[in-house]
Design a protein around this ligand. Structure first.
Ligand code: GLU
Length: 298
């Protein structure tokens, strides 16, 4: 990608976004994603937005956000200003949660991660097979869907830490129709069947952070007019939840492009534990932006 003067995109231009979380340094996997977003946006005269996904206020820091901006600027990613920060839009996510609540689709969930884990282990020790989501995490038990009003109010008054979850059965009932999305990525392509039930009663509002990844990403993609979501194949199945939330909230659906992942020497998806693939480390060791493009195959 060459640096050229940016022309002002027309108001109906396609909109792409790169949406990292500032809870660690960007690595080669992020570089692939950002470069692909920029390349695809440029090829169809689209705009490229940068969204900082910092709902987790304990793990995300302003220093890491600045490091992201420095890395992207160094790589030559032409994202628009101003940058959107999710931490500045909690009221918007709350409004979406309130709408789902008014539709009778959400409930307060009080079990801690440890309690769910203990329940699953006990069940599996007895030879049962607890259902798991596409990431391998056990589905949340569903009994709190039907807590009586009195018991629910008492718990809400006494247990400060609680999440809000989507009753997936009710949500699918309300939607009625089969959900799909348009996929153009490196995995299967075409019209994909969405299977939100595979995730069970997803968290919409975390007990330890305002909002949740699924709710914030869905609301923001619509609020920012995103038409093309380009992200890693690790988020392929999450799209099922996003399509469900878009449908319930009456939001438009983007086209999705889930790209291949950059793997570490151990064959696993890159993470912060692969420190030597951090863009800052590669830059310090003398690599140039074109070396990075070559390393991720762009
Ligand atoms: N914030 C997410 C991440 O860093 C990406 C979200 C998305 O592209 O939908 O993995």
């Amino acid at each position: 990608m060459t640096e050229r003067p940016r022309q002002t995109a027309s108001p109906d231009a396609p909109v792409f976004r790169f949406a990292p979380s500032p809870n660690g340094r960007l690595h080669l996997g992020h570089a692939l994603s950002a470069l692909l977003n920029a390349q695809m946006a440029e090829s169809i005269g689209g705009r490229l937005l940068l969204r900082i996904e910092d709902i987790d206020l304990t793990r995300c820091t302003p220093e890491l956000e600045q490091a992201i901006i420095d890395d992207l600027t160094w790589l030559g990613i032409p994202f628009e200003r101003p940058v959107r920060r999710q931490s500045e839009h909690f009221a918007l996510y709350r409004e979406a949660l309130d709408r789902l609540q008014a539709m009778g689709l959400v409930y307060p969930a009080f079990l801690t991660r440890g309690e769910v884990k203990a329940r699953v282990s006990a069940f599996e020790r007895e030879g049962g097979l607890w259902p798991r989501d596409p990431d391998g995490a056990p589905l949340y038990p569903t009994e709190e869907r039907s807590l009586g009003e009195a018991e629910r109010s008492e718990k809400l008054a006494n247990i400060e830490r609680h999440a809000w979850r989507l009753d997936i059965d009710k949500a699918l009932h309300v939607v009625g129709a089969r959900l799909t999305w348009q996929e153009t990525g490196d995995g299967p392509q075409g019209e994909m069947p969405a299977d939100p039930a595979a995730w069970g009663d997803v968290v919409l509002w975390r007990s330890d952070a305002p909002s949740s990844y699924h709710l914030a990403v869905t609301v923001d993609d619509a609020a920012q007019g995103v038409t093309h979501v380009v992200r890693g194949l690790d988020l392929f199945h999450a799209t099922s939840v996003h399509r469900l939330l878009q449908t319930l909230l009456g939001l438009p659906q983007p086209v999705y492009h889930h790209h291949r992942l950059v793997l570490g020497p151990d064959g696993r998806k890159l993470s912060k534990s692969h420190g030597d693939t951090a863009l800052s480390a590669l830059r310090a060791e003398g690599k140039t932006p074109s070396d990075i493009r070559a390393m991720v195959g762009i």
